[in-house]
Write a protein that binds this ligand. Structure first.
Ligand code: B12
Length: 211
């Protein structure tokens, strides 16, 4: 299983074949987990490029996210066991309280994982206190929130204020996304960063950390 083939499987959205391919690369060929991650990331970069160029659409982006998720079933444990996974930037990801939309959040999550970030995905409908506790426990550098409903965007402010109350607001950057949001509203609600889609979300996070 060569690296080019792994990259191609992501680009071609081969959700049914990727898990076996990563397993073969790890167990049969003895490839390093981080080299495999690089090959998969290259594929996701190309998927992102095609999306920006409008060669791929949302369906493909969702499927690419699913494909990465399958790959990570076998790759994640191998990465965690590797020394190189130390000192990574830690990101807490959640859909805000009252909101049960998680497709966009999951796409962002798989892109972040494929970019080498350490991810703590708390799921959807997440209370601000659960987020604060997780920041305290993990020493996370970023909190990334998704809100798809107009009536739940205020929850971003609740998270911002709960972080202030816990004395943790200065230690994290708050990035938000979701259809009802824009930069102006995001800042009004206390967020530091905003992105329209998952691909630019990863870019914005990387820029904020000079990566
Ligand atoms: C699928 C869907 C559902 C599914 C969700 C399944 C799931 N597991 O996610 C179900 C059926 C459960 C659902 C329920 C409801 N839904 Co709904 N749903 C949708 C729908 C059709 C698609 C959303 C989606 O997944 N899009 C695809 C993803 C990839 O896009 P995305 O989420 O926007 O994410 C992208 C960006 O926004 C960004 N992004 C997202 N999060 C983040 C976070 C960060 C940090 C960053 C950087 C970027 C980022 O990156 C993503 C990828 O590039 C939208 C309509 C639409 N076309 O958007 C309505 C929509 C969001 N739903 C809506 C409504 C009203 C509801 C319900 C209230 C309906 C009802 N009366 O019961 C319930 C609410 C339930 C709840 N409490 O949350 C409205 C919201 C209106 C509003 N502005 O408030 C919409 C817009 C439909 C409409 N036009 O009325 N829904």
């Amino acid at each position: 299983m060569d690296f080019e083939k792994l990259t191609e499987l992501i680009i071609e959205l081969e959700v049914d074949d990727i898990e076996a391919a990563v397993k073969e690369a790890l167990e049969v060929d003895g490839k390093e987990p981080f080299d495999i991650l690089n090959a998969l990331t290259k594929g996701m970069d190309e998927v992102g490029r095609r999306y920006e160029e409008k060669e791929y659409y949302l369906t493909e982006l969702v499927l690419a996210g699913e494909t990465m998720k399958e790959a990570f079933k076998v790759l994640q444990p191998a990465l965690a066991a590797s020394d190189q996974s130390q000192d990574k930037i830690k990101i807490i990801l959640a859909t805000v309280k009252g909101d049960n939309h998680d497709i966009g959040k999951n796409i962002l999550g798989s892109l972040l994982l494929s970019s080498g970030f350490e991810l703590f995905d708390l799921g959807m409908d997440v209370d601000e206190n659960v987020i604060v506790d997780k920041v305290r426990e993990t020493g996370a550098h970023i909190v990334a929130l998704s809100s798809l409903l107009t009536m739940t965007v205020e929850q971003i402010k609740a998270v911002h204020e709960a972080l202030i109350a816990a004395g943790l607001r200065d230690s994290v950057k708050l990035i938000v996304g979701g259809a009802p949001l824009n930069m102006e509203l995001a800042q009004k609600l206390g967020a530091d960063l905003f992105a329209d889609d998952a691909v630019s979300g990863v870019k914005v996070i990387k820029e904020a950390f000079g990566i």
